[in-house]
Design a protein around this ligand. Sequence first.
Ligand code: NDP
Length: 251
Amino acid sequence: MARPKNIVVTGANRGIGLELVKQLITKFNPDNIFATYRDPENSKDLLQLASQNGNLHAVILDVRDTDKYADFVTNVESTTQGAGINLLINNSGFFNKENNTSLSQLDKADLMYHFEINTLAPMMLTKAFLPLLEKGSKANGSQPLGIGRAAVLQVSTNMGSIGDNTSGGAYGYRISKTALNQASKNMSLDLLPKGILVIPLHPGWVKTDMGGSNALITTEECVTGILSVLENLNEDTNGHFMRFDGKEALW
Ligand code: NDP
C-alpha cells in the first residue's frame, strides 16, 4: 500500500478536514501531518488530537494570509528534515449561503472573498509547497506515481461543475470552485513531469456546518471514500475530476 509519510491538510479543525486528519493518522500512521486551523476556540478537537499524537502538528493559518506561507513551508521543511511532503490537501473552503444566491444580490467583495479562499489560496499554497512536493516525489522515486511519491488533492465540489449545473444561484461559490477545477487540471499537466499528481475532487454532500444536516453522507463515509480515491490515484486518474465514491464527476 502506498503510504504518504508527510502530509499537509488545511481547514483541519472541523468538518471534512478534521475527519481527514483522524483517518489519515489511523490508516497511514504518517511520520508527520501538518493540520491547519485559525481559532483555538473552535479547534478543540484538533488540538486535543494533536496532544495525543506526536506526529500531528496543529498550525495556525488563515489561508488568505499568503505572506505567511513561506514560514509555514520553512516549519514543515525543518520538521520533515529534507524528506519533503507526499500529500497536500487543500480542504479549506468558504460558501456564503446567506448572500450571492441570485444575480440581483451579487456583491463584489463577497465574490472576491470566495475567490480568495476557494481558488487563490489552493493555487498559491500548492506553489509554495512545490519544492517540498518535488523533494517528496524524488525521495520516493522507486515507488509508482501517487501518494507514495507526491500528490495534491484540491477539495472541490460538483457545484463547480458546469455540466451538472441545473439550479443556478450561488455565484461566488460555484465560479470560485469552477476556477479551482481548471487550475487543478492545469497543475496536473504542468506537474506530472516533476512526479506530482493533482486531482480536484467532489467530496459528496456531507453533513458538516457547510453541508447542513440534510446532507446525504457523514464525514466518516466521505473521508473513507476520499482515502480510497487517493490510494488508487495514478497517472491514469491524474487531472480527472473525481468524486468521493471513486466515480468521475462531470466537469
Ligand atoms: P466546514 O464549513 O465544516 O469547514 C470549512 C473549513 O474551512 C473549516 O476548517 C474552516 O476553518 C476552513 N476555512 C474557511 N475559511 C478559511 C480561511 N480563510 N483560512 C483557513 N481556513 C478556512 O466545511 P466542510 O468541511 O463541509 O468543507 C470542506 C471542503 O469541502 C470545502 O472546500 C468545501 O467547499 C468542500 N465541500 C463540502 C461539501 C459539503 O457538503 N459539506 C460539498 C462539496 C464540497 P474555520 O473553522 O476557522 O472557519
